[in-house]
Design a protein around this ligand. Structure first.
Ligand SMILES: *Cc1c(COP(=O)(O)O)cnc(C)c1O
Length: 421
């Protein structure tokens, strides 16, 4: 029988076989977690009596959209929050986050990030990067952040000091995933004490979590431990590669209502916003999300183990606890980084025939290389790799609708980059 790896060099085949053995117990742990999360989702579908009629969607104003209301109940149920907004009118994760923040901040208030500088596109929303109009700064909203400690943790002493001395702090933000920063993503074990600290020293502040890439990656979510509001994108984890647009905001009822006023208009708020033909994908995506996120994480574990065997610096390591999809690999060299990315593109289901070229992108300050041959444009629950072309030439690899696809693509990328020089 011919096998998928037969055309790879024997040395690489041996390494892959060793990795398979090494990571098997870790993959089994992910399977257990998927079962747990899948059951919770299934129970919510059952409790809410989801039927074909919920998948149809609405037009015009979108009032009395029963399917949308039910899906929002399912999201609120999964994340254990009072309310949720799930809409195709939310165009991205950045839009979901900006909507949640703008909706709950007023002139003179301060947005305070305790997890270091926020994700690149959020910096543009705040007005500290790019040259945009309509930023938080334009609206008189203040921003501050506390850099992480040298070992990549929240500086609890400094945060305590800020919370005690700055009465303008209205929203305290935590970014779960690392984004384009060289630091670990924050697991629930790390987020829990952050939330407890904020509650102790600034009990009236709103605790917001940028949950992009994090959903379904653990059996708990930040809202389980008292985060007041959270947002993310449907073309990451919760859409499972099936949702083609959209985002979500979950949290306390009043905070979600404020966000809805910002997203739509004061007055009709979240009751407006037709769902057109999106509902089937949103429901099916959320149903598949536990599984698909598991596939992507298993792919990341394989990637971490194989590239470490090739002598590269990877983070997280194959056996480290995970809380998101992101795998960083430090190439230390722009050529290897670009070459690896090119093979990921060539082993994608879409646009396998194009070559990724480093270039400037809206929302980002440095040149970015990006491989993404996804069914949904820019979808990073599908296998993609990207990173800014700046030292240490760190590639961010994430997603994968199936473990098999990740395994094949990564193995060939290793072959092209390190064996076919
Ligand atoms: C992806 C991401 C965002 C923004 O999401 P988009 O859908 O790309 O706008 C924000 N924060 C983090 C940590 C992310 O990973």
């Amino acid at each position: 029988m011919t096998r998928w790896q037969d055309n790879l060099p024997q040395d690489l085949q041996d390494k892959i076989a060793a990795v398979d053995q090494q990571i098997a117990p870790q993959l089994a742990k992910i399977d257990e977690q998927v079962l747990y999360n899948q059951q919770r989702v299934l129970d919510l579908f059952r409790e809410n009596n989801v039927g074909e009629e919920d998948l149809i969607g609405s037009t015009g104003y979108g009032y009395d959209d029963v399917g949308r209301a039910k899906l929002e109940k399912i999201y609120a149920g999964y994340f254990k929050t009072e309310d949720a907004i799930v809409k195709p009118q939310i165009t991205s994760g950045t839009h979901a986050i900006a909507t949640a923040l703008f909706g709950n901040l007023r002139a003179g208030d301060t947005l305070y990030y305790i997890t270091g500088m926020p994700y690149d596109t959020i910096q543009e929303v705040i007005g500290i990067a790019g040259n945009n109009v309509g930023t938080m700064q334009d609206y008189g909203i203040n921003f501050k952040y506390t850099p992480l400690t040298a070992d990549g943790n929240v500086d609890f002493e400094q945060v305590k000091h800020e919370l005690q001395t700055d009465p303008t702090i209205k929203v305290v933000a935590i970014q779960r995933s690392r984004g384009y920063a060289v630091r670990d993503s924050f697991t629930m074990a790390k987020i829990k004490p952050m939330i407890a600290l904020i509650k102790e020293y600034a009990p009236h502040a709103v605790i917001f979590v940028d949950n992009c890439y994090g959903e379904f990656a653990e059996t708990a979510e930040p809202t389980f431990f008292g985060a007041d509001m959270m947002a993310g994108s449907l073309y990451k984890n919760p859409g499972a590669g099936i949702a083609k647009s959209g985002g979500y905001i979950v949290g306390r009822k009043d905070l979600v209502e404020h966000a809805a006023s910002r997203l739509i208009v004061p007055g009709s708020g979240k009751s407006e916003g037709a769902t057109y033909g999106y509902m089937r994908d949103f429901y099916q995506g959320f149903f598949m999300a536990a599984h698909t996120t598991g596939e992507a994480i298993k792919g990341a574990i394989f990637t971490a183990a194989l590239l470490a065997k090739m002598g590269l610096d990877v983070s997280p390591s194959w056996d480290a606890p995970r809380t998101d999809l992101v795998q960083t690999v430090n190439f230390g060299d722009p050529d290897a980084m670009v070459k690896f990315c090119a093979t990921i593109q060539h082993y994608s289901p879409m646009n396998s025939f194009v070559d990724p070229i480093p270039s400037y992108m809206d929302g980002y300050e440095d040149k970015i290389i990006m491989a993404s041959g996804s069914f949904t444009e820019g979808s990073t629950i599908e296998l993609s790799s990207d990173g800014p072309l700046r030292p240490p030439y760190c590639l961010y690899i994430q997603g994968g609708l199936s473990y098999a696809h990740v395994k094949i693509a990564i193995s060939h990328a290793v072959n092209d980059t390190f064996y076919q020089k």
